[in-house]
Design a protein around this ligand. Structure first.
Ligand SMILES: [Zn+2]
Length: 108
């Protein structure tokens, strides 16, 4: 008797926020204050079940456009979202924490 059992295996990436208290940072691609530190794990998967994690990376990840960059000591960091840019001494009165520079004309 002959029967054929298909075997599914492969790799899958999972991304989770790294830590609880995080400061939002500016995304260089979409300019939203939505970049957070995250942990990216690559899993070996067998029949769609993640079995063995074999690679963990710390990354910056934008929750809006999915932009990502490696995170580590000495590497470039995205600007913090609520800090005014250098040389900008008089922020407008509407400036506040959580201000979203991607949508300057948005009405509340
Ligand atoms: Zn983005």
């Amino acid at each position: 008797m002959f029967f054929c059992l298909p075997i599914f295996f492969g790799c899958q990436d999972t991304v989770k926020p790294d830590g609880n208290e995080q400061v939002a940072r500016i995304c260089p691609r979409c300019n939203n204050g939505s970049v957070f530190a995250a942990k990216k794990k690559t899993w070996f998967e067998f029949f769609f079940i993640p079995l063995i994690p074999f690679n963990t990376k710390h990354i910056w990840m934008c929750s809006i456009c999915q932009w990502a960059a490696p995170l580590g000591p000495g590497l470039w960091e995205p600007a913090i979202a609520y800090a005014p840019p250098q040389g900008w001494n008089s922020p407008p009165q509407s400036f506040q924490a959580g201000y979203n520079p991607g949508y300057p004309n948005q009405q509340k």
